[in-house]
Write a protein that binds this ligand. Structure first.
Ligand code: ZN
Ligand code: ZN
Length: 179
């Protein structure tokens, strides 16, 4: 099974994730003769800003904020770029959050599932051949034609299990200064 959970849930040099993602995107698009235009690349970079899924509005906002012109990016332009990235398998849609996340394993025909932390919002992408096999096997047996699938698992990542962000009442939290 492939997963990027170690990166998604722990401190790391995220620039490397971004650079690797952009490089993979460039290679894949070259191979499939799809055009990774500057706007598409900018949207991909924005989605890869972190391991937290990002909604379409947030993507537009972030791009406007980061743009040099200060001009608002046209939402339809961003939506079209997202469509392209989805088609190329470079990003995935997290249905339960109506948000998007970069795929760390694009290019291999796989079924993904997601482990979404409800506290920090980080989502790890996992893909397992066994899962793909099970889905297609079940579909075959039942004569069902799969068009789309989303397996999204919600819980707490290792970091957030250790540092609950909302301590229950009556519990005195020792602040760092008192130590
Ligand atoms: Zn990262
Ligand atoms: Zn977390």
């Amino acid at each position: 099974m492939l997963t990027n959970s170690r990166l998604a849930y722990h401190n790391h040099d995220h620039k490397r994730c971004v650079n690797a993602a952009l490089q993979r995107a460039q290679t894949l698009c070259n191979d499939s003769q799809a055009r990774l235009t500057p706007i598409r690349e900018a949207v991909l970079r924005t989605i890869w800003a972190s391991h937290r899924p990002l909604g379409a509005y947030d993507i537009v906002d972030k791009m406007t904020l980061n743009g040099s012109s200060g001009k608002r990016i046209q939402a339809p332009t961003v939506y079209r770029a997202i469509e392209f990235l989805l088609e190329q398998g470079l990003v995935h849609r997290i249905a339960s959050l109506n948000a998007y996340i970069g795929c760390p394993f694009p290019g291999n025909n796989h079924n993904d599932f997601f482990l979404i932390c409800r506290a920090c919002g980080s989502a790890a992408v996992c893909c397992a051949e066994q899962l793909s096999n099970m889905v297609s096997h079940t579909a075959e047996r039942t004569g069902f034609k799969v068009e789309d699938q989303a397996i999204e698992i919600v819980g707490l990542c290792p970091e957030c299990q250790e540092t609950p962000n909302q301590p229950p009442e009556n519990v005195v939290v020792k602040s760092k200064n008192n130590e």
